[in-house]
Design a protein around this ligand. Structure first.
Ligand code: ADP
Length: 863
C-alpha cells in the first residue's frame, strides 16, 4: 500500500486514535512487534519491555503505542500500516463468497437435526426428568488460561471460537480444560444445540461433534471422510461432493472433541498424517486434526481434564480456556432452574448458605446437580448436612436406592439391603477405572454379575453410541460416579487384596511419577482380572481417576461411616482398612515433607506443593479425623507454604483449612493464581491463626470476602502480611483495612495493587494509617487514587515511624500528589523507597521531590 493512505503526522494519530488502536492491537501484539523489529524500528529489548508478562494485552498495546511514539514518525508509520493491513485481511476473510449446493444444504439439515436430537437432553436428566438442556443450562465460569484483563468476567460460548484471547493465530485448536464434573461435556452439548437451533455459531456451516470416549471403540482404520460420515452423519447422496465442499471451505467447519482425557492413547505428534482420504487409526487421525496437519483451517474445540494435556499438545493450541464450574450466582440460578417450586429452591439455597462447605462443593456442577436432586434428603437431615464429597455421593446413592422403592422408608442398614448392587456395580466400575474403560458391553456386565435390577437403579445409562447402535452399551451417569462405585468396591469387598489400599495411595508398586493402574489391577482376584490391562506407562488421567477413587475410599473409611459399613463387613476388616488408609496418608505426606529442600541461608524454609499434595489434603479432609490431621501436620516444619497455580477453589480451601489449622508454628500461605473467590476465603478462616502472611494474588476476591477475612484476622496475633494484587476490590473494602491498621499494631504489609481503589478508598486507608505505627509496606500500584488520594496518604504519614516502602505506581497522581509526598521524603525517618512511576508527574512535581531529597536522611530511591 506504500503508506499513501497514512496520515501526515502518524505519531499524532497514535494519540488521537489511541482507544481504537489499543483494541485493534490487543490480539496481534506479536505480529506488530515482529514487523517493528523487521523494519529496524524496535530492538529486542523494546519488545521485552512491551511484553512483560505482568501486563494485560491492553496494557501491552498501550506500552507498544507509547514506545512507538517515542521512536518517531518512521516507527509509527510501520505500525499503522501493519494495523491497516491486518484489518484488510480480516474483512477479506469475512467477504469471501461460497455457494453450497443443494445436497450440501440437505446434508446440513440432516446433520443439524441429528445434533439437535443428541444434545437436547442431559444424560443426568435422562431417566428422571423431562427437563431439557434449554431448561436447565446455566452459564458457568469460562476463563482464559492466560491473563487478559480486557475480558471482564466470564467468556461467552461464542468467545470460545472467536478472536478474543487468541495466543497462536496459526493454530486451529481451542482447548477447554477443567476437572471432572465441572461441565465440559455440557458446555459442548450447549454449543452443539445452539448451533443446531441456528441460535449461535452460524459462521460455521457444518459442525461435527465427537466423543473421545466413543472413539475408543472404533478399532478400524478410517479416513477423515469416513470418520465424519460414519461417526456423525451419513450423507444420503453425493458423499464425495459434500466432502469436497468441506475440504474447500475449512473455515466454515467446526469439529468438537469431548473428553480427550478418556482417549486410550496420549496425544503425540510422532505420526504425521496429512491426507484426508487416506485411512489411519482413529487416534492418529485425531492427533493430526488437533495438531493441524490434517484439515488445516477447520476450527476444533477439544475438552479435557487438565492432567491429560501436556506440552506436546499445548504448542498447537490457538488458545486455552479454563472451565471453572458455577459462580456463586450460577449456583443460585441452577438451583432455581432445577426446582419448579420456588419455595423448595429457596429452602435449598438457604440450607447451602448455612453450610458453606457444601456451598463450596456446589461450584462443581455435577455436585450441584446431586445436591439439587437430593433436596429432600438434604432438607431432612438437619445438623448432619453433607460436608464432604463422599457425603454428597452417599446421599445420591441413598436417593437412587430409595427412588426404586419410594414406599419403603430407608432403614439404617440401607447399604446392606443393596449390598449386591453396590458390589456388582462396584466391580464394574473398579475394573473400568483400572482399564480406562468407561463404556460397558453386555459381556462386561455379565462378568461383573450386573443384573437387570442393578441397572434399573439408575446409576448406569445407555451410551449414546452412534457407531454401534446394534448392541446395548452402558456407562455410568458420570465418571465421578464410576470412581465412587470403584471406591465402594474397595471398601465393601471383604476379599479385596490387602495391598489394594496401599497401591491405590501409590505406596506400593508405583513409579516415581505416578500410580500405575496396571499394577493396581493386580489386586483383583484372578477370575475377574481384565483381559485388556493397559500397557506401558501410567496415563496421567488414570492417576486422576485413581486419586478421585482414593478420595472416596478415605471418605467411606471415616469413623463416621463405620456404623453403616458394619452392616456389610466385619468390624475387624473395616478397622484394618481404616488404619491402612490413615497410615498411607501419613506416609505419603511424610514422603512429601522429606522432599522439601533446606533453605538457602537467610531465607525462609519453604515448601512448594507437589501435585499430589492438594489431593492428599483432600483425602485427610474426607476422613474427617482431626487426630490424623493433627498427627500429620505436627511433622511439617516449614515457614512458607507455596500453592500457586494449584487449581485451588473453595473445596480445596475447606480441606486446606481443616488440615493446616493443626500446624505447630505459623506459616506464610501463598495461594496466588488460584480460584479461591469469596467462598474460598471464608473457608480459609479456620486456619488464619496459624498464618503470618497470606498471599492471594489473582483469586477473584471481592469486598465481601475481604470483610469476612478481616473480621477474623483482626483477632489473629500472628497475622502480619496480606497481598491481594489483581482481585476485584473497591473502596468498599478499605474501611475494613483501615480498621485492621488501627487495631493491629503489629501488622507489617498491605499490598492491594491492581484493584479498583480510588481517592475515597485512599482516604479511608489514610485514616487507618494515621493510627498505625507498624506498617512497613504499602502497595497500591495500579489503582486510581489520584492527587486527592496521594495527598490524604501523605498527610496521614506525616508522623509515621514505620513505613519503609510505598508504591503508588500508575495511580493518576499529578504534581499536587508528588509535592505532598515530597514532604514525607523530607521528614520521614523510616521511608526508604517511594515508587511513583506511570503517573502524571511533570517537572514541577519532580522539582519538589528533588528539593525534598536534599533534606532527606533515609530515602534510598524515588522512582
Ligand atoms: P464434565 O464433562 O466436565 O465431567 P459434565 O458436563 O458431564 O462434566 O457435567 C456433569 C453434570 O453436571 C451434568 O450432567 C449436569 O447435570 C451438570 N452440569 C454441568 N454443567 C452444567 C451447566 N452449565 N448447566 C447445568 N447443569 C450442568
Amino acid at each position: 500500500r506504500g503508506g499513501q493512505d497514512l496520515p501526515l503526522h502518524t505519531t499524532q494519530t497514535l494519540l488521537t486514535e489511541r482507544p481504537g488502536l489499543v483494541s485493534k492491537l490487543r490480539g496481534c501484539i506479536d505480529g506488530a512487534l515482529h514487523v517493528l523489529v523487521e523494519s529496524g524500528s524496535f530492538t529486542s529489548t523494546d519488545c521485552d519491555e512491551v511484553q512483560l508478562p505482568i501486563f494485560t494485552p491492553s496494557q501491552q498495546a498501550r506500552h507498544l503505542l507509547d514506545h512507538v511514539r517515542s521512536k518517531g514518525e518512521a516507527a509509527a508509520r510501520v505500525l499503522l500500516q501493519y494495523i491497516l493491513q491486518n484489518q484488510e485481511h480480516a474483512s477479506h476473510l469475512n467477504q469471501e463468497t461460497w455457494t453450497p449446493t443443494e445436497d450440501c444444504f440437505k446434508y446440513k439439515k440432516k446433520l443439524s437435526s441429528s445434533v439437535a436430537v443428541q444434545s437436547c437432553f442431559l444424560s443426568t436428566y435422562g431417566g428422571t426428568s423431562n427437563m431439557t438442556l434449554d431448561d436447565i443450562y446455566t452459564e458457568s465460569q469460562l476463563e482464559l488460561a492466560h491473563d487478559c484483563a480486557d475480558v471482564l468476567g466470564s467468556l461467552s460460548l461464542e468467545d470460545l471460537v472467536g478472536i478474543v484471547g487468541t495466543l497462536n493465530e496459526d493454530a486451529d485448536t481451542v482447548l477447554v480444560s477443567g476437572e471432572a464434573g465441572c461441565g465440559k461435556s455440557t458446555l459442548l452439548q450447549r454449543l452443539h444445540l445452539l448451533w443446531a437451533q441456528g441460535a449461535a455459531l452460524q459462521d460455521f456451516f457444518l459442525l461435527f461433534p465427537f466423543s473421545c470416549r466413543r472413539l475408543n471403540s472404533e478399532h478400524r482404520e478410517l479416513s477423515v471422510q469416513e470418520l465424519l460420515f460414519h461417526h456423525c452423519c451419513w450423507p444420503d447422496r453425493e458423499q464425495d461432493q459434500i466432502f469436497q465442499f468441506i475440504l474447500d471451505h475449512p473455515h466454515l467447519i467446526l469439529f468438537t472433541f469431548d473428553g480427550l482425557d478418556e482417549l486410550k492413547q496420549n496425544f503425540s505428534d510422532e505420526h504425521r498424517h496429512c491426507c484426508p482420504t487416506q485411512r489411519a487409526p482413529v487416534p492418529i487421525l485425531l492427533f493430526n486434526l488437533l495438531q493441524g496437519s490434517l484439515m488445516k483451517g477447520v476450527r476444533k474445540v477439544v475438552t479435557s481434564r487438565p492432567e491429560a494435556v501436556g506440552p506436546a499438545l499445548k504448542k498447537y493450541l490457538r488458545k486455552e480456556v479454563h472451565l471453572k464450574g458455577f459462580s456463586p450466582s450460577g449456583i443460585d440460578c441452577f438451583v432455581r432452574k432445577h426446582h419448579s417450586d420456588p419455595a423448595v429452591a429457596a429452602r435449598v439455597l438457604e440450607s447451602l448458605q448455612t453450610n458453606t462447605a457444601l456451598l463450596g462443593l456446589c461450584h462443581t456442577p455435577v455436585l450441584c446437580w446431586i445436591v439439587s436432586q437430593c433436596h429432600k434428603e438434604l432438607l431432612g437431615c438437619g445438623e448432619g448436612s453433607p460436608q464432604t464429597i463422599t457425603d454428597v455421593y452417599l446421599m445420591i446413592l441413598q436417593h437412587f436406592f430409595q427412588h426404586q422403592n419410594p414406599q419403603k422408608t430407608l432403614r439404617i442398614g440401607w447399604m446392606q439391603e443393596h449390598l449386591n448392587t453396590a458390589l456388582h456395580l462396584g466391580l464394574l466400575a473398579f475394573k473400568g477405572i483400572g482399564n480406562s474403560c468407561y463404556i460397558f458391553s453386555d459381556t462386561d456386565l455379565q462378568t461383573c454379575g450386573v443384573t437387570e435390577e442393578d441397572i434399573c437403579m439408575g446409576f448406569l445409562i445407555h451410551s449414546k453410541d452412534i457407531s454401534s447402535n446394534s448392541c446395548k452399551r452402558l456407562e455410568f451417569l458420570h465418571v465421578t460416579m464410576q470412581c465412587f462405585f470403584a471406591a465402594l468396591y474397595i471398601v465393601l469387598n471383604s476379599a479385596m487384596d490387602r495391598s489394594a489400599i496401599a497401591k491405590l495411595f501409590g505406596l506400593q508398586g508405583m513409579s516415581q511419577t505416578g500410580m500405575s493402574s496396571t499394577c493396581f489391577m493386580a489386586c483383583l482376584p484372578s477370575t475377574v482380572q481384565p483381559e485388556l490391562a493397559l500397557e506401558g506407562e501410567a496415563i496421567a488421567v488414570e492417576t486422576a481417576n485413581l486419586q478421585i477413587t482414593a478420595t472416596f475410599v478415605s471418605g467411606l473409611l471415616s469413623q463416621r461411616y463405620r456404623g453403616l459399613l458394619l452392616h456389610c463387613c466385619s468390624s475387624s476388616t473395616i478397622d484394618r482398612k481404616i488404619r491402612q488408609v490413615a497410615r498411607c496418608l501419613s506416609k505419603r505426606m511424610q514422603k512429601h515433607f522429606k522432599s522439601i529442600s533446606q533453605p538457602v541461608e537467610g531465607e525462609k524454609k519453604s515448601m512448594h506443593a507437589m501435585p499430589a499434595f492438594v489431593w492428599l489434603i483432600k483425602c485427610i479432609y474426607e476422613m474427617q479425623e482431626s487426630r490424623l490431621a493433627q498427627d500429620i501436620m505436627s511433622k511439617l516444619d516449614v515457614q512458607h507454604l507455596k500453592l500457586t497455580y494449584c487449581n485451588i477453589g473453595p473445596v480445596e480451601c475447606t480441606a486446606l483449612a481443616y488440615v493446616l489449622q493443626h500446624l505447630k508454628s505459623p506459616v506464610g500461605l501463598q495461594l496466588d493464581y488460584n480460584s479461591v473467590g469469596d467462598v474460598g476465603v471464608e473457608q480459609l478462616l479456620p486456619c488464619m491463626h496459624v498464618c503470618n502472611s497470606l498471599y492471594l494474588r489473582n483469586n477473584n476476591i471481592s469486598d465481601e470476602g475481604i470483610c469476612k477475612l478481616i473480621a477474623k484476622v483482626i483477632h489473629c496475633d500472628n497475622f502480619q502480611k496480606i497481598a491481594l494484587f489483581n482481585n476485584k476490590l473497591t473502596d468498599a473494602c478499605t474501611q475494613h483495612f483501615s480498621r485492621l491498621l488501627k487495631t493491629k499494631q503489629n501488622f507489617l504489609a498491605l499490598r492491594l495493587g491492581n484493584n479498583n481503589i480510588t481517592a475515597e478508598g485512599a482516604k479511608q486507608l489514610a485514616e487507618g494509617l494515621q493510627c498505625n505505627q507498624s506498617l512497613q509496606y504499602l502497595g497500591l500500584w495500579g489503582n486510581k487514587i489520584g492527587d486527592t488520594g496521594a495527598e490524604a496518604l501523605a498527610r496521614a504519614l506525616m508522623g509515621n515511624k514505620s513505613l519503609l516502602w510505598l508504591s503508588l505506581v500508575e495511580n493518576g497522581v499529578g504534581n499536587a500528589g508528588a509535592c505532598a509526598l515530597a514532604d514525607i521524603v523530607k521528614n520521614s525517618t523510616t521511608l526508604e523507597e517511594l515508587c511513583l512511576t506511570k503517573n502524571y508527574i511533570t517537572r514541577t512535581g519532580v522539582e519538589c521531590l528533588i528539593q525534598a531529597l536534599k533534606h532527606n536522611t533515609h530515602v534510598k530511591s524515588v522512582w
